[in-house]
Design a protein around this ligand. Structure first.
Ligand code: HAM
Length: 415
Protein backbone atom coordinates (compact mmCIF):
# COMPACT_ATOMS: atom_id res chain seq x y z
CA UNK A 1 0.00 0.00 0.00
CA UNK A 2 1.14 3.55 -0.51
CA UNK A 3 0.79 6.06 2.30
CA UNK A 4 -0.77 9.45 1.72
CA UNK A 5 -0.91 12.63 3.74
CA UNK A 6 -3.64 12.69 6.38
CA UNK A 7 -6.65 14.58 4.99
CA UNK A 8 -6.37 18.32 5.47
CA UNK A 9 -2.59 18.39 5.88
CA UNK A 10 0.07 19.39 3.35
CA UNK A 11 3.79 19.09 2.82
CA UNK A 12 5.86 22.20 2.35
CA UNK A 13 8.00 21.00 -0.55
CA UNK A 14 11.56 22.14 -1.34
CA UNK A 15 10.14 24.28 -4.16
CA UNK A 16 7.99 26.14 -1.61
CA UNK A 17 10.18 26.19 1.44
CA UNK A 18 12.31 29.14 0.35
CA UNK A 19 9.14 31.23 0.25
CA UNK A 20 8.18 30.05 3.74
CA UNK A 21 11.64 30.96 5.07
CA UNK A 22 11.41 34.35 3.43
CA UNK A 23 7.97 34.99 4.96
CA UNK A 24 9.26 34.05 8.38
CA UNK A 25 12.37 36.20 8.01
CA UNK A 26 10.41 39.18 6.75
CA UNK A 27 7.99 38.88 9.65
CA UNK A 28 10.73 38.36 12.24
CA UNK A 29 12.61 41.45 11.00
CA UNK A 30 9.47 43.54 11.04
CA UNK A 31 8.43 42.29 14.48
CA UNK A 32 11.92 43.09 15.78
CA UNK A 33 11.67 46.66 14.51
CA UNK A 34 8.51 47.12 16.56
CA UNK A 35 10.04 45.55 19.66
CA UNK A 36 8.51 42.06 19.53
CA UNK A 37 10.44 39.03 20.78
CA UNK A 38 9.87 35.50 19.58
CA UNK A 39 8.22 32.85 21.74
CA UNK A 40 7.77 29.14 21.03
CA UNK A 41 5.18 27.15 22.95
CA UNK A 42 4.48 23.39 22.87
CA UNK A 43 2.39 21.71 20.20
CA UNK A 44 -0.19 20.59 22.78
CA UNK A 45 -1.59 22.02 25.99
CA UNK A 46 -4.16 21.04 28.61
CA UNK A 47 -7.53 20.89 26.89
CA UNK A 48 -9.04 23.19 29.51
CA UNK A 49 -6.82 26.07 28.34
CA UNK A 50 -8.57 26.17 24.98
CA UNK A 51 -12.04 25.41 26.30
CA UNK A 52 -11.63 28.34 28.62
CA UNK A 53 -10.16 30.78 26.12
CA UNK A 54 -11.75 30.13 22.71
CA UNK A 55 -15.28 30.10 24.14
CA UNK A 56 -17.55 27.13 24.66
CA UNK A 57 -19.75 28.04 21.71
CA UNK A 58 -16.93 28.67 19.23
CA UNK A 59 -16.56 26.26 16.30
CA UNK A 60 -13.03 25.62 17.47
CA UNK A 61 -14.17 24.20 20.80
CA UNK A 62 -17.44 22.57 19.75
CA UNK A 63 -16.23 20.64 16.74
CA UNK A 64 -12.66 21.29 15.69
CA UNK A 65 -10.23 20.39 18.45
CA UNK A 66 -7.83 17.46 18.20
CA UNK A 67 -8.21 16.24 21.76
CA UNK A 68 -6.72 13.05 23.17
CA UNK A 69 -6.03 11.33 26.47
CA UNK A 70 -2.35 10.63 27.04
CA UNK A 71 -1.09 7.52 28.82
CA UNK A 72 -1.29 9.36 32.13
CA UNK A 73 -4.99 10.00 31.45
CA UNK A 74 -4.58 13.74 30.96
CA UNK A 75 -6.79 15.44 28.42
CA UNK A 76 -4.54 17.25 25.97
CA UNK A 77 -5.30 19.20 22.79
CA UNK A 78 -3.14 20.01 19.78
CA UNK A 79 -3.17 23.79 19.77
CA UNK A 80 -6.04 25.09 17.63
CA UNK A 81 -4.65 28.64 17.78
CA UNK A 82 -1.70 30.54 19.17
CA UNK A 83 -3.01 33.17 21.54
CA UNK A 84 -4.03 31.10 24.59
CA UNK A 85 -0.68 29.22 24.77
CA UNK A 86 1.20 32.53 24.67
CA UNK A 87 -0.90 33.92 27.53
CA UNK A 88 -0.40 30.68 29.46
CA UNK A 89 3.37 31.06 29.03
CA UNK A 90 3.21 34.76 29.92
CA UNK A 91 1.45 33.93 33.19
CA UNK A 92 3.52 30.87 34.01
CA UNK A 93 6.88 32.63 33.52
CA UNK A 94 5.67 36.02 34.75
CA UNK A 95 7.01 37.50 31.54
CA UNK A 96 5.66 41.01 31.83
CA UNK A 97 5.21 41.40 35.53
CA UNK A 98 4.49 43.81 36.99
CA UNK A 99 2.51 45.66 34.35
CA UNK A 100 5.11 45.90 31.63
CA UNK A 101 4.00 45.97 28.05
CA UNK A 102 5.15 42.68 26.57
CA UNK A 103 5.41 42.12 22.84
CA UNK A 104 5.65 38.56 21.58
CA UNK A 105 5.62 37.02 18.10
CA UNK A 106 5.50 33.41 16.95
CA UNK A 107 5.30 31.05 14.04
CA UNK A 108 3.27 28.00 14.91
CA UNK A 109 1.40 25.12 13.38
CA UNK A 110 -2.18 24.84 14.60
CA UNK A 111 -4.77 22.13 14.27
CA UNK A 112 -8.49 22.32 13.55
CA UNK A 113 -10.76 19.54 12.40
CA UNK A 114 -12.34 21.57 9.60
CA UNK A 115 -13.73 20.57 6.22
CA UNK A 116 -10.63 20.87 4.05
CA UNK A 117 -10.77 23.09 0.98
CA UNK A 118 -8.54 25.60 -0.73
CA UNK A 119 -6.82 27.62 1.98
CA UNK A 120 -8.44 25.61 4.77
CA UNK A 121 -6.41 22.85 6.34
CA UNK A 122 -6.52 20.66 9.42
CA UNK A 123 -2.91 21.51 10.15
CA UNK A 124 -2.08 25.04 9.11
CA UNK A 125 0.51 27.60 10.19
CA UNK A 126 0.25 31.09 11.62
CA UNK A 127 2.58 33.96 12.16
CA UNK A 128 1.25 35.78 15.18
CA UNK A 129 1.70 38.87 17.33
CA UNK A 130 0.49 39.31 20.88
CA UNK A 131 0.87 42.78 22.35
CA UNK A 132 0.16 42.24 26.02
CA UNK A 133 -0.54 44.89 28.65
CA UNK A 134 -1.35 48.01 26.59
CA UNK A 135 -4.83 49.44 26.80
CA UNK A 136 -4.56 52.38 24.39
CA UNK A 137 -5.73 52.18 20.81
CA UNK A 138 -2.15 52.97 19.74
CA UNK A 139 -1.46 49.30 20.41
CA UNK A 140 -4.32 48.15 18.16
CA UNK A 141 -3.13 50.54 15.46
CA UNK A 142 0.42 49.24 15.82
CA UNK A 143 -0.65 45.61 15.38
CA UNK A 144 -2.69 46.54 12.30
CA UNK A 145 0.21 48.62 10.96
CA UNK A 146 2.70 45.75 11.29
CA UNK A 147 0.25 43.39 9.64
CA UNK A 148 -0.35 45.63 6.64
CA UNK A 149 3.35 46.41 6.33
CA UNK A 150 4.04 42.69 6.25
CA UNK A 151 1.75 42.22 3.25
CA UNK A 152 3.32 45.24 1.58
CA UNK A 153 6.84 43.94 2.10
CA UNK A 154 6.05 40.54 0.64
CA UNK A 155 4.44 42.16 -2.38
CA UNK A 156 0.75 41.53 -1.65
CA UNK A 157 -0.32 45.07 -2.35
CA UNK A 158 -4.03 45.05 -3.01
CA UNK A 159 -5.28 43.94 0.37
CA UNK A 160 -8.52 45.07 1.97
CA UNK A 161 -8.22 45.92 5.66
CA UNK A 162 -11.55 45.45 7.44
CA UNK A 163 -11.95 46.90 10.91
CA UNK A 164 -14.83 46.79 13.36
CA UNK A 165 -15.60 47.23 17.03
CA UNK A 166 -17.70 44.68 18.88
CA UNK A 167 -17.64 46.64 22.13
CA UNK A 168 -17.69 45.07 25.57
CA UNK A 169 -19.86 42.35 27.15
CA UNK A 170 -22.87 44.68 27.58
CA UNK A 171 -22.85 45.57 23.88
CA UNK A 172 -22.75 41.96 22.90
CA UNK A 173 -25.59 41.07 25.25
CA UNK A 174 -27.81 43.77 23.77
CA UNK A 175 -26.80 42.81 20.24
CA UNK A 176 -27.46 39.17 21.00
CA UNK A 177 -31.09 39.93 21.79
CA UNK A 178 -31.49 42.03 18.66
CA UNK A 179 -30.11 39.24 16.45
CA UNK A 180 -32.24 36.63 18.15
CA UNK A 181 -35.28 38.75 17.42
CA UNK A 182 -34.44 39.49 13.77
CA UNK A 183 -33.39 35.95 13.03
CA UNK A 184 -36.05 34.12 15.10
CA UNK A 185 -37.66 32.48 12.05
CA UNK A 186 -34.40 31.27 10.66
CA UNK A 187 -33.12 30.02 14.01
CA UNK A 188 -36.23 27.92 14.61
CA UNK A 189 -35.71 26.30 11.20
CA UNK A 190 -32.20 24.94 11.85
CA UNK A 191 -31.44 21.57 13.38
CA UNK A 192 -31.55 21.48 17.20
CA UNK A 193 -27.85 20.86 17.72
CA UNK A 194 -26.83 24.01 15.85
CA UNK A 195 -29.80 25.93 17.19
CA UNK A 196 -28.57 25.55 20.72
CA UNK A 197 -25.16 26.90 19.77
CA UNK A 198 -26.62 29.87 17.93
CA UNK A 199 -28.96 30.64 20.84
CA UNK A 200 -25.98 30.74 23.17
CA UNK A 201 -23.97 32.94 20.87
CA UNK A 202 -25.92 34.49 17.98
CA UNK A 203 -22.80 36.40 16.90
CA UNK A 204 -21.93 33.13 15.14
CA UNK A 205 -24.55 34.07 12.57
CA UNK A 206 -23.08 37.44 11.74
CA UNK A 207 -20.06 36.19 9.80
CA UNK A 208 -21.96 33.21 8.38
CA UNK A 209 -21.22 32.36 4.73
CA UNK A 210 -24.75 31.03 4.20
CA UNK A 211 -26.43 33.25 1.56
CA UNK A 212 -29.81 32.91 3.32
CA UNK A 213 -28.30 34.21 6.55
CA UNK A 214 -26.43 36.99 4.77
CA UNK A 215 -29.68 38.01 3.14
CA UNK A 216 -31.60 38.07 6.42
CA UNK A 217 -28.83 40.03 8.10
CA UNK A 218 -29.33 42.88 5.65
CA UNK A 219 -32.30 43.96 7.72
CA UNK A 220 -30.74 43.17 11.10
CA UNK A 221 -29.27 45.92 13.25
CA UNK A 222 -25.46 46.26 13.24
CA UNK A 223 -23.32 45.73 16.30
CA UNK A 224 -22.00 49.29 15.93
CA UNK A 225 -25.53 50.52 16.78
CA UNK A 226 -25.07 49.01 20.23
CA UNK A 227 -21.66 50.38 21.19
CA UNK A 228 -21.53 52.43 24.37
CA UNK A 229 -19.96 55.88 24.33
CA UNK A 230 -16.55 54.62 25.47
CA UNK A 231 -16.27 51.88 22.89
CA UNK A 232 -17.45 54.29 20.23
CA UNK A 233 -14.79 56.81 21.27
CA UNK A 234 -12.11 54.13 21.22
CA UNK A 235 -13.17 52.99 17.79
CA UNK A 236 -13.10 56.56 16.50
CA UNK A 237 -9.64 57.00 17.95
CA UNK A 238 -8.44 53.81 16.28
CA UNK A 239 -9.72 55.01 12.93
CA UNK A 240 -7.91 58.31 13.37
CA UNK A 241 -4.69 56.52 14.27
CA UNK A 242 -4.97 54.28 11.22
CA UNK A 243 -5.57 57.29 9.01
CA UNK A 244 -2.54 59.01 10.48
CA UNK A 245 -0.47 55.89 9.78
CA UNK A 246 -1.62 56.00 6.16
CA UNK A 247 -3.42 52.67 6.37
CA UNK A 248 -6.37 52.28 4.04
CA UNK A 249 -9.17 50.42 5.77
CA UNK A 250 -12.92 49.98 5.71
CA UNK A 251 -15.30 49.80 8.65
CA UNK A 252 -16.89 46.36 8.20
CA UNK A 253 -19.78 45.70 10.63
CA UNK A 254 -19.96 42.05 9.53
CA UNK A 255 -16.54 41.25 11.02
CA UNK A 256 -17.19 39.75 14.46
CA UNK A 257 -14.56 36.91 14.49
CA UNK A 258 -15.01 33.26 15.34
CA UNK A 259 -13.24 33.11 18.69
CA UNK A 260 -15.06 34.40 21.75
CA UNK A 261 -12.27 36.29 23.47
CA UNK A 262 -12.44 39.56 21.56
CA UNK A 263 -13.70 42.92 22.79
CA UNK A 264 -13.71 46.33 21.07
CA UNK A 265 -11.31 46.08 18.09
CA UNK A 266 -11.59 43.23 15.62
CA UNK A 267 -10.04 43.20 12.16
CA UNK A 268 -9.26 41.02 9.18
CA UNK A 269 -7.27 41.49 6.01
CA UNK A 270 -8.76 40.06 2.82
CA UNK A 271 -7.45 39.52 -0.68
CA UNK A 272 -9.37 39.11 -3.92
CA UNK A 273 -7.16 36.09 -4.66
CA UNK A 274 -8.64 34.14 -1.76
CA UNK A 275 -12.28 34.52 -2.73
CA UNK A 276 -15.08 35.32 -0.35
CA UNK A 277 -14.44 32.68 2.25
CA UNK A 278 -10.88 33.45 3.17
CA UNK A 279 -9.20 36.01 5.36
CA UNK A 280 -5.45 36.44 5.01
CA UNK A 281 -5.31 37.12 8.72
CA UNK A 282 -7.46 38.04 11.66
CA UNK A 283 -7.03 39.58 15.05
CA UNK A 284 -8.27 42.01 17.62
CA UNK A 285 -8.30 43.10 21.21
CA UNK A 286 -8.90 40.59 23.99
CA UNK A 287 -8.97 42.54 27.25
CA UNK A 288 -10.75 39.88 29.28
CA UNK A 289 -8.78 36.81 28.29
CA UNK A 290 -5.87 37.00 30.72
CA UNK A 291 -8.28 37.21 33.65
CA UNK A 292 -10.29 34.33 32.21
CA UNK A 293 -7.08 32.30 32.38
CA UNK A 294 -6.49 33.16 36.02
CA UNK A 295 -4.20 36.17 35.60
CA UNK A 296 -4.58 39.84 36.44
CA UNK A 297 -6.62 42.08 34.17
CA UNK A 298 -4.29 42.70 31.23
CA UNK A 299 -5.60 44.51 28.16
CA UNK A 300 -4.05 42.99 25.04
CA UNK A 301 -4.33 42.86 21.29
CA UNK A 302 -2.95 40.55 18.62
CA UNK A 303 -3.18 38.99 15.19
CA UNK A 304 -2.81 35.60 13.52
CA UNK A 305 -1.53 35.57 9.93
CA UNK A 306 -2.20 32.46 7.86
CA UNK A 307 0.94 31.20 6.13
CA UNK A 308 -0.93 28.97 3.66
CA UNK A 309 -3.23 31.82 2.69
CA UNK A 310 -0.25 34.10 2.05
CA UNK A 311 1.26 31.35 -0.09
CA UNK A 312 -1.92 31.00 -2.18
CA UNK A 313 -1.90 34.72 -2.94
CA UNK A 314 1.84 34.80 -3.66
CA UNK A 315 1.39 31.88 -6.07
CA UNK A 316 -1.47 33.58 -7.89
CA UNK A 317 0.65 36.72 -8.20
CA UNK A 318 3.74 34.81 -9.38
CA UNK A 319 5.68 35.99 -6.32
CA UNK A 320 6.96 32.68 -4.95
CA UNK A 321 10.68 32.77 -4.18
CA UNK A 322 13.01 30.47 -6.12
CA UNK A 323 15.40 28.28 -4.12
CA UNK A 324 18.88 29.83 -3.88
CA UNK A 325 21.23 28.61 -6.61
CA UNK A 326 24.32 26.63 -5.63
CA UNK A 327 27.46 28.60 -6.47
CA UNK A 328 29.41 25.76 -8.04
CA UNK A 329 29.39 22.18 -9.18
CA UNK A 330 32.91 20.70 -9.21
CA UNK A 331 33.35 17.98 -11.83
CA UNK A 332 36.17 15.48 -12.26
CA UNK A 333 36.96 14.96 -15.96
CA UNK A 334 39.38 12.09 -15.30
CA UNK A 335 39.51 9.57 -12.43
CA UNK A 336 42.77 11.02 -11.06
CA UNK A 337 40.97 14.33 -10.36
CA UNK A 338 38.36 13.07 -7.92
CA UNK A 339 40.19 13.80 -4.69
CA UNK A 340 41.22 17.23 -5.89
CA UNK A 341 37.61 17.97 -6.90
CA UNK A 342 36.35 16.84 -3.52
CA UNK A 343 39.00 18.92 -1.71
CA UNK A 344 37.93 21.97 -3.69
CA UNK A 345 34.25 21.42 -2.78
CA UNK A 346 35.24 21.27 0.88
CA UNK A 347 37.32 24.45 0.56
CA UNK A 348 34.48 26.34 -1.12
CA UNK A 349 31.98 25.24 1.51
CA UNK A 350 34.32 26.27 4.32
CA UNK A 351 34.57 29.67 2.68
CA UNK A 352 30.78 29.99 2.85
CA UNK A 353 29.82 29.03 -0.70
CA UNK A 354 27.35 26.35 -1.75
CA UNK A 355 29.16 23.70 -3.76
CA UNK A 356 28.57 20.11 -4.77
CA UNK A 357 30.25 17.25 -6.58
CA UNK A 358 29.13 13.77 -7.54
CA UNK A 359 28.84 11.51 -4.49
CA UNK A 360 28.88 8.40 -6.67
CA UNK A 361 31.69 9.67 -8.90
CA UNK A 362 29.57 9.28 -12.03
CA UNK A 363 30.73 9.84 -15.63
CA UNK A 364 31.50 13.43 -16.73
CA UNK A 365 28.41 13.63 -18.94
CA UNK A 366 26.21 12.82 -15.94
CA UNK A 367 28.07 15.27 -13.75
CA UNK A 368 27.15 18.05 -16.19
CA UNK A 369 23.55 16.89 -16.13
CA UNK A 370 23.59 17.05 -12.37
CA UNK A 371 25.12 20.54 -12.42
CA UNK A 372 22.27 21.69 -14.70
CA UNK A 373 19.62 19.97 -12.62
CA UNK A 374 20.64 21.67 -9.39
CA UNK A 375 20.97 25.02 -11.19
CA UNK A 376 24.61 25.67 -10.27
CA UNK A 377 25.99 29.05 -11.37
CA UNK A 378 29.40 27.63 -12.33
CA UNK A 379 30.80 24.24 -13.26
CA UNK A 380 34.42 23.80 -12.28
CA UNK A 381 36.12 21.02 -14.23
CA UNK A 382 39.36 19.38 -13.19
CA UNK A 383 41.14 16.72 -15.28
CA UNK A 384 44.72 15.41 -15.70
CA UNK A 385 45.87 18.52 -17.62
CA UNK A 386 44.40 20.97 -15.13
CA UNK A 387 45.92 19.03 -12.24
CA UNK A 388 49.36 19.24 -13.83
CA UNK A 389 49.02 22.99 -14.50
CA UNK A 390 47.51 23.88 -11.10
CA UNK A 391 44.43 25.16 -12.92
CA UNK A 392 40.73 24.45 -13.29
CA UNK A 393 38.36 25.25 -16.11
CA UNK A 394 35.55 27.45 -14.99
CA UNK A 395 32.31 27.42 -16.97
CA UNK A 396 29.56 29.95 -16.43
CA UNK A 397 26.52 27.72 -16.87
CA UNK A 398 24.21 30.56 -17.79
CA UNK A 399 26.33 32.03 -20.60
CA UNK A 400 28.29 28.87 -21.48
CA UNK A 401 31.52 30.93 -21.37
CA UNK A 402 34.52 28.85 -20.27
CA UNK A 403 38.08 29.76 -19.29
CA UNK A 404 41.11 28.34 -17.54
CA UNK A 405 41.99 29.91 -14.20
CA UNK A 406 44.54 29.17 -11.50
CA UNK A 407 43.05 26.88 -8.84
CA UNK A 408 44.17 29.37 -6.19
CA UNK A 409 42.01 32.07 -7.79
CA UNK A 410 38.74 30.14 -7.96
CA UNK A 411 37.44 31.24 -4.60
CA UNK A 412 38.07 34.91 -5.29
CA UNK A 413 36.35 34.71 -8.66
CA UNK A 414 33.27 32.92 -7.31
CA UNK A 415 32.90 35.45 -4.55
P1 HAM B 1 -8.21 33.01 13.38
O1 HAM B 1 -8.99 34.01 12.63
O2 HAM B 1 -8.90 31.80 13.83
O3 HAM B 1 -7.55 33.77 14.61
O4 HAM B 1 -6.98 32.57 12.49
C1 HAM B 1 -6.08 33.54 11.97
C2 HAM B 1 -5.76 33.25 10.53
O5 HAM B 1 -5.29 31.90 10.37
C3 HAM B 1 -6.95 33.29 9.58
O6 HAM B 1 -7.22 34.62 9.18
C4 HAM B 1 -6.45 32.49 8.41
O7 HAM B 1 -5.56 33.23 7.62
C5 HAM B 1 -5.65 31.40 9.11
N1 HAM B 1 -6.44 30.18 9.26
C6 HAM B 1 -7.39 29.93 10.19
N2 HAM B 1 -7.89 28.68 10.04
C7 HAM B 1 -7.22 28.13 9.02
C8 HAM B 1 -7.25 26.85 8.37
N3 HAM B 1 -8.06 25.88 8.78
N4 HAM B 1 -6.41 26.62 7.33
C9 HAM B 1 -5.57 27.60 6.91
N5 HAM B 1 -5.49 28.81 7.48
C10 HAM B 1 -6.30 29.08 8.51
C11 HAM B 1 -6.75 33.19 15.55
O8 HAM B 1 -6.34 32.05 15.47
C12 HAM B 1 -6.34 34.13 16.64
N6 HAM B 1 -5.47 33.40 17.59
C13 HAM B 1 -5.64 35.34 16.10
C14 HAM B 1 -5.26 36.30 17.16
C15 HAM B 1 -4.05 36.47 17.71
N7 HAM B 1 -6.08 37.12 17.79
C16 HAM B 1 -5.42 37.80 18.72
N8 HAM B 1 -4.17 37.39 18.68
Amino acid sequence: MSYQLPRGTHDVLPSEVTTWQWLERTFADLAHKYGFEEIRTPMFEDTALFERSSGETSDVVTKEMYTFQDRGDRSLTLKPEGTAPVLRAYLQHKLGFPNQVTKLWYLTPFFRYERPQKGRYRQAHQLGLELIGAKGMTADAEVIEITTRFYQEIGIKDVVVLVNSIGGPATRLAYRDAILETMAGYISSIEPENRERIMKNPLRLVDSKDPAVIDLLQTAPKISDFLDAESRARFNELQELLNRAGIKFRHAPEIVRGLDYYSDTVFEVHSEFLGAQGALCGGGRYNGLMKELGGPETPSVGVGIGMERAQIVLESMGLMRPAPQPDAYVAAATPDAWTSAEDLVRELRRAGLAAQSSLDRVALKNQFKEADRIGARFAIVIGTDELAAGQVSLRDLASGEQRLVARSEVLGILR
